[in-house]
Write a protein that binds this ligand. Structure first.
Ligand code: GAL
Length: 433
């Protein structure tokens, strides 16, 4: 079982990693009419009728606005298809994925569900739960506008299984500029620099690093691994070329333990938005979170970059874009397949992606977006995605199957209780099997 799991990952990731750099540039294909209803569809977008139940976990601040913007485009393209929002609350889909698994098991799929490109999607593909969407790619000319970094993560044997709506960056450190200047600290370039700043901040009664519930701790963990090991060695963790039992990994775990000692004690009871709020309020200086936090800061809280918030790549990760991608699928047995195809058509369209991503705090998966409509942070994310080294996110489904991730998460849960670095490392070695 372990071998199968690793092989799947090796397939997906080695393709990405051999690319080394992200090559975003390609010739934009002509956008065909987003009103086309695809293979098996009927009529034009105006006359198409039906119901589309879409499953995601975008309910809270920084999440919902993006979904709503995409639904607005959908409603204007397909005024007679009813959109049913089946979102299940909970950051990173921790609750949603469990509900979805139960539904898929019971042959009760929604019409479309959100899944992360990469190993997470491979799980659904391997389980035979998804339809091949190559026909829609052909019809819409999407192969030419989706990044070559992404396509291998959603493709098996030439069949393409999802429609990516965005690229998120995981390795971002957010900060409160007023707290930084009042305490004479800057965003650290390394974890060693962070420890110096953290001492100063703690002495001033400020939480150095805001943290939330366990998945945000897993998210922090992956960025510490990336920052401490470097991009090649981090990527090697997922294809077997980096030894989880090495002293370099042991040192990174020790660094992670020290980082945790500078976080709030009530982390387990806070959502990611709560943790970001600590930074907004000035109770904390820093927070590591994916750039959906940018949507929360800018869209939900009305803050302006460099005034209300500032950011930098997580310590030790400058020059690397640790990414994830939200994508939508067509489950086998979708109750209203034609309406699902209509939804996917909008999700993959330039209009849909531009509406969604400006609100969500992500950059479009398509590489022909209208850059001028994006705020400064997202413009810089587009530049970095086009020029940085690439690493995948563990927490958000790129690098490890759900089973492997669950084992790592269990090991992390124990570590958070006992703080035993050696036991944590042994459990990680065992999980990598
Ligand atoms: C990620 C997802 C993002 C964002 C985040 C927080 O897994 O890809 O779009 O929703 O969780 O919930």
């Amino acid at each position: 079982m372990q071998i199968t799991r690793k092989r799947t990952l090796t397939f997906a990731l080695s393709t990405v990693l051999t690319l080394g750099l992200v090559g975003c540039a390609s010739t934009p294909a002509e956008e065909t009419s987003s009103g086309s209803s695809g293979s098996g569809g009927s009529g034009t977008s105006e006359t198409a009728t039906g119901t589309v139940e879409v499953f995601s976990w975008w309910t809270g601040g920084g999440e919902e606005a993006g979904l709503n913007a995409l639904v607005e485009v959908f409603n204007s393209e397909y005024p007679n298809i009813e959109f049913v929002n089946a979102a299940v609350a909970g950051g990173a889909g921790t609750n949603a994925r469990a509900v979805l698994a139960t539904r898929l098991e019971a042959n009760d799929p929604p019409d479309s569900f959100q899944g992360h490109a990469g190993a997470e999607l491979m799980d659904y593909i391997t389980a035979g739960q998804l339809e091949d969407l190559s026909f829609l790619y052909d019809e819409q000319g999407w192969a030419a506008v989706m990044p070559e970094t992404l396509l291998p993560l959603i493709t098996v044997d030439g069949a393409i299984y999802s429609v990516p709506v965005n690229i998120h960056r995981a390795n971002v450190m957010w900060a409160n500029p007023s707290v930084l200047s009042a305490n004479g600290v800057s965003i650290p370039n390394s974890w060693d620099e962070f420890f110096v700043a953290a001492e100063k901040l703690e002495a001033a009664g400020i939480i150095p690093l805001a943290l939330g519930e366990q998945w945000t701790q897993l998210h922090l963990f992956e960025t510490v691994l990336l920052g401490e090991l470097g991009t090649d060695a981090y990527n090697g963790l997922w294809d077997g070329s980096t030894d989880w039992g090495s002293s370099a990994v042991g040192d990174a775990l020790a660094t992670f333990k020290k980082v945790l000692s500078y976080t709030n004690t009530d982390a387990a009871s806070l959502s990611w938005q709560d943790a970001t709020q600590l930074v907004i309020n000035g109770d904390a200086a820093f927070n590591i979170m994916g750039d959906w936090a940018e949507g929360f800061l800018r869209v939900d809280n009305g803050l302006v970059e460099q005034e209300g918030y500032t950011w930098a790549p997580a310590p030790g990760t400058a020059g690397t874009f640790q990414f994830l991608s939200d994508s939508f699928t067509l489950p086998k047995g979708a109750p209203d397949r034609d309406s699902a195809i209509a939804w996917l058509t909008v999700a993959g369209s330039a209009a849909g992606q531009d509406a969604f991503n400006v609100q969500k705090g992500s950059i479009p998966a398509r590489n022909d977006a209208d850059k001028s409509i994006y705020p400064p942070y997202l413009q810089s994310a587009m530049d970095d995605w086009g020029s940085n080294l690439v690493a995948g996110s563990l927490t958000h489904g790129v690098t490890a199957s759900n089973a492997w991730k669950a084992e790592i998460d269990t090991a992390l849960g124990l570590f958070l209780v006992d703080g035993d670095v050696a036991a944590f490392q042994s459990a990680l070695v065992a999980a990598a099997g």
